[in-house]
Design a binder for this molecule. Structure first.
Ligand SMILES: NC(=O)c1ccc[n+]([C@@H]2O[C@H](COP(=O)([O-])OP(=O)(O)OC[C@H]3O[C@@H](n4cnc5c(N)ncnc54)[C@H](OP(=O)(O)O)[C@@H]3O)[C@@H](O)[C@H]2O)c1
Length: 266
């Protein structure tokens, strides 16, 4: 019998996770969202719309909580009567620690922390998973791992690496979109239509990403392979090197990580 996966809070991220699982098949799916209209597109994908959060928790083997971080603990406290050790709770809420989650459910079930990034919205997310709650069984752990493997790329991390993950991969789309914007702007400057430039640049990122995944060569080597002696690429690359693009990216991620640590303390 297939596992039932339920989601409380079916907004952008919760809805995307349920939709991704529905498209891939293999699970019975259910969800509850405060405003019921968010459930309509999911129902068309055979996600069962439940009358309340308690009903989702009761029906689910793997229960995903995807409300805003400030709402998580109050929602979880009400679920206690139907939680048990056979169920796993997965929280995708940014910044809510395992300790706060386990205390909100009064240790009634094992808890996993998960951090997605926005490409999860199109089925290409990177998910960090933390399995440091020792009450989780091996089969529950592999069940959760399998679920997120079907949705994108998964990495298992200790909780103390979640801020670093957020600074690099959670914030990552902002860095990548900023680079895309610069290239699209350059394309428009050179006379391409905005739409045309955007299509070419996004395909450029897709193709390079695929190459970097398939080819074990160092990234610098892949870069140098494009630079013919006295050619046009090296002229452009020299400008990037003089401006210190690589160092800027490192500094951006370090600044984000530092801000993340400050936010955790406040
Ligand atoms: N979006 C991202 O890129 C991203 C990345 C990493 C982590 N996350 C985490 O994902 C979680 C959800 O973020 P989101 O961007 O998907 O937010 P969102 O689009 O606002 O989704 C949250 C949903 O929860 C619903 N909700 C609120 N209280 C509820 C309750 N008591 N019972 C049932 N549903 C309830 C909201 O319903 P209404 O429609 O009535 O408001 C809303 O549809 C957050 O904890 C966030 O930290 C998001």
């Amino acid at each position: 019998m297939s596992l039932t996966v339920g989601c409380i809070g079916c907004g952008n991220m919760g809805g995307a996770i349920l939709a991704g699982l529905a498209r891939n098949g293999g699970y019975a799916l259910c969800g509850y969202n405060r405003s019921p209209e968010r459930m309509t597109p999911l129902q068309k994908l055979n996600v069962k719309s439940m009358p309340n959060a308690l009903a989702v928790a009761q029906a689910s083997d793997i229960l995903i909580i995807a409300v805003k971080p400030y709402q998580v603990e109050s929602v979880l406290r009400d679920l206690h009567p139907v939680l048990n050790k056979e169920k796993v709770l997965v929280s995708i809420a940014a910044g809510i620690t395992l300790q706060r989650l386990t205390s909100a459910v009064q240790n009634a079930c094992p808890v996993v922390r998960c951090m997605p990034n926005t490409p999860a919205l199109v089925g290409k997310g990177v998910f960090a998973l933390c399995f440091e709650d020792s009450s989780i069984s091996a089969s529950q752990q592999s069940g959760v791992r399998h679920l997120f493997d079907t949705l994108g790329t998964c990495v298992e991390l200790p909780e103390n690496k979640f801020t670093a993950f957020s600074a690099l991969i959670g914030a990552g789309p902002a860095y990548v979109f900023a680079m895309m914007q610069g290239l699209v702007q350059a394309g428009v400057t050179l006379g391409f239509q905005q739409r045309e430039a955007r299509q070419m640049v996004t395909s450029l990122f897709g193709g390079c990403s695929e190459m970097a995944q398939c080819d074990a060569k160092p990234l610098m080597q892949l870069r140098d392979d494009v630079c013919s002696p006295a050619g046009l690429t090296i002229a452009g690359v020299n400008v990037l090197d003089r401006a210190g693009l690589t160092g800027l990216l490192v500094d951006a991620v370090l600044a984000a990580e530092q801000r993340g640590r400050e936010m955790e303390k406040s």
